[in-house]
Write a protein that binds this ligand. Structure first.
Ligand SMILES: N[C@H](CCC[C@H](N)C(=O)O)C(=O)O
Length: 275
């Protein structure tokens, strides 16, 4: 099977992007994990598949697979690259697209300065819908693991996020605590673990241990979830600059409305591989 693909990244969160509108590629979990391998495969955090729409009022369908092969509901950095890819491949000459994902419909807009703005939909805070085990909805929950106690927020952007405050992201125990909490039994579908340092009322720093990957250089849905949690606690105001190791995203949100994420999307190369 010959696969044409593009290698892209959103602030260093990197992707293999496959046009499954003009191709008809099926990859199983093992094949995706092998392609994700940075020594023996293409190497990526997520595989993104562009598919024809299943619904007349969207332009495309968007499937997302983590490096471990698991299919997930949302990928914010991937959405910006998805929009850039559509134009790069000439799959549409529009500048804005409605795209369905497992986690709901998002809107992607390419702006004149080369940035990409995504309407990520409304954040989900109701525990059962995240999903997160809790007796009632709170802004902050107490999680216990291995004799440690963590104060965390739980927010879904279509995919589940657990966020905690830290004094200094550079010294946050991302690998150790991320690995401990990503599969916490209160997150039945696992979770992305965000470590958030508030710098000012419109600026924060964030590192994310991603479900199915580990720490990435940036996590778009994680930046959205962390910004929402910061705004709910009135520690952040909208719009907020969320600074990740790979770069900065602008996140805007008002309660009851969609979260908007604006940032770069980069094309690295086009390639092909025979499986
Ligand atoms: N690891 C995430 C999917 C990718 C999210 C991230 N790359 C983004 O930019 O939102 C999950 O399992 O929910």
């Amino acid at each position: 099977m010959l696969i044409h693909f593009s290698k892209m990244h959103g602030l260093g969160n990197d992707f293999m992007v496959i046009d499954n509108v003009t191709q008809n590629i099926f990859l199983n979990t093992e094949q995706i994990a092998a392609l994700a391998d940075r020594n023996r495969g293409i190497g990526f955090d997520q595989l993104l598949m562009v598919e024809p729409p299943y619904d007349p009022d969207v332009d495309f369908h968007y499937r997302i697979f983590n490096a471990d092969g698991s299919e997930v509901q949302q990928c914010g950095n991937g959405a910006r690259c998805f929009g850039r890819f559509i134009r790069h491949k000439g799959l549409s000459n529009k500048n804005s697209f409605r795209v369905s994902t497992k986690g709901g419909v998002i809107s992607i807009e390419l702006d004149k300065e080369g940035l990409v703005r995504v309407d990520m939909g409304e954040p989900v805070l109701q525990p059962q819908a995240i999903p997160f085990k809790a007796n009632k909805q709170e802004i902050t929950y107490i999680l216990r693991a291995e004799e440690q106690t963590f104060l965390c927020g739980a927010v879904s952007m279509g995919n589940p996020h657990c966020i905690m405050l830290v004094d200094d992201v550079d010294n946050a125990p991302v690998d150790q605590v991320g690995a401990l909490l990503t599969k916490h039994e209160r997150f039945p579908e696992a979770a992305n673990i965000g470590f958030l340092q508030i710098v000012s009322d419109q600026h924060a720093r964030l590192r994310v241990f991603e479900r199915g990957v580990g720490e990435t250089q940036a996590c778009g849905s994680g930046a959205c979830a962390a910004a929402v949690w910061g705004m709910l606690q009135e520690r952040l105001e909208s719009p907020a600059r969320i600074e990740l190791p790979g770069g900065t995203l602008e996140i805007s949100w008002q309660p009851g409305q969609s979260v908007f994420m604006t940032g770069e999307a980069s094309h690295v190369y086009d390639g092909q591989i025979v499986l």
